[in-house]
Design a protein around this ligand. Sequence first.
Ligand code: NDP
Length: 500
Amino acid sequence: MTAVQPKPSTPAVGETFDSLSPATDEVVGTYPIHSAADVEAAVERARVAAEWWDSLGFDGRAERLRKWKGVVTRRLAQLCQVVRDETGKPIADAQLEAVLAIEHIAWAGKNARKVLGKKKRPAGLLMSNQSATVEYQPLGVVGVIGPWNYPVFTPLGSIAYALAAGNAVVFKPSECTPGVGKWLVDAFNEIVPEAPVLQLITGFGETGAALTRSGVNKIAFTGSTATGKKIMAAAADTLTPVIIEAGGKDPVLVDVDADLDAAADATVWGAFSNSGQTCIGVERVYVHEKVHDEFVAKVVEKSKGVRAGSDAGAQYGPMTMPSQLNVVRRHIEDALARGGKALVGGADAVGDRYVQPTVLVDVPEDSEAVQEETFGPTVTIAKVRDMDEAVEKANNTKYGLGSTVFSKARGMELAGKLRTGMTSINAPLSFAGIASLPFGGVGDSGFGRIHGADGLREFARSKAIARQKFTAPIALTTFARKEKTDVLVAKLITILHGKR
Ligand code: NDP
């Protein structure tokens, strides 16, 4: 097995940027701004590394992923501190996302052979002289572009599965969380020192754009819908396939027989944790009219115990991107100007860094606060006649990422009617923690799936192989075919498929 020596890319002196703490503005790290040439060099190195990584086979790769998972787990506290430094989120929240990510590394490594290994397929009666096999080959080099809100869980949902499938990965984290990206890549390279199988490139949007144009075999993008569209357009030039994991406007449905305490708790946590900067965070709630007032009272009560801040007593931290404060303020002000009421928080909840919890009711369905991704700690609650109306309203946005249903009798039925990629019933966001379930959206929330077997297949190409075992008594694919063969085939197909 030949090892490929990593050749560090060297950006020109002075081309760096600082990573700042959103809580204090303190510089917590300085990183290179990689140019298009740097990116191309990284992809070239990755091509060679990919061949070596592929040659390790499923078991060799699973062993390395198992060791990487061990390192990440044993140094969890260190990783959580880097996440806190760059995002401002509480250590406990950083730990939760890291724990889920570790589960995904474990699942991907352990299950890659089962999902992607060679499989026999039935050849069918007409082709019974053939042996049919499908195998899933790695794509080569995968470019992963990640956001800042869950800088461990989100990119690893692509990276772990792409690596387990046998690809090399070039990873561009958000400019807000380069330190977390570096930490993850360094930990991997300790376990896989032979070749640059997982490389980090840092910089701004242009570095990500260069990765999209670099000729990688697939781009796995997680971020806003607007950037997803740009990436798709750029990738079209080279017919580079893309996975787009974009934004959401996730609804919660509360049925008449729901456990209202559990539903209120899930709403408050789902809407406010991580300062609402969660793609699958709760942004809207539709409640059956018979339990609406009781539910709202519970949400208001529970919200009073939640506070943004950077002290140990705060449940969530600052907004990571200062520019998002304007979006949150605009959505709240628009909702209030159009007849909505703030039962908790309101326009004053939006400060210089922190946004306090905001619960809005009576907000028109066509307002920004109901239709657009707010990505802040706000939630709208609306009363509905019945669950049919709840489903109709929940489905009436351009997004379709996650959703939650609280109902004792109709959970599965309502889940099936929601136009979203994922639904959890009677608990918040559970689907994200179950490694075997696919994760992804519909509509403006994007397409393609990470996690689970579907996530592994996203990073592989299926290769069909038909091997002739013996010469068929009826030869079909030859000019030497006789008329009586055609008659026989017509009879055979009628027997097989012609029944009324
Ligand atoms: P952005 O779309 O702003 O950025 C995402 C990534 O794309 C960043 O690394 C960014 O780099 C990079 N980028 C920016 N412009 C380009 C370009 N032209 N070409 C290639 N790459 C580019 O999203 P955010 O980081 O603000 O993340 C928040 C969004 O992510 C929300 O909408 C959220 O809902 C969504 N999200 C979706 C998830 C899902 O699984 N569906 C999970 C988590 C978040 P840089 O930061 O350096 O500008």
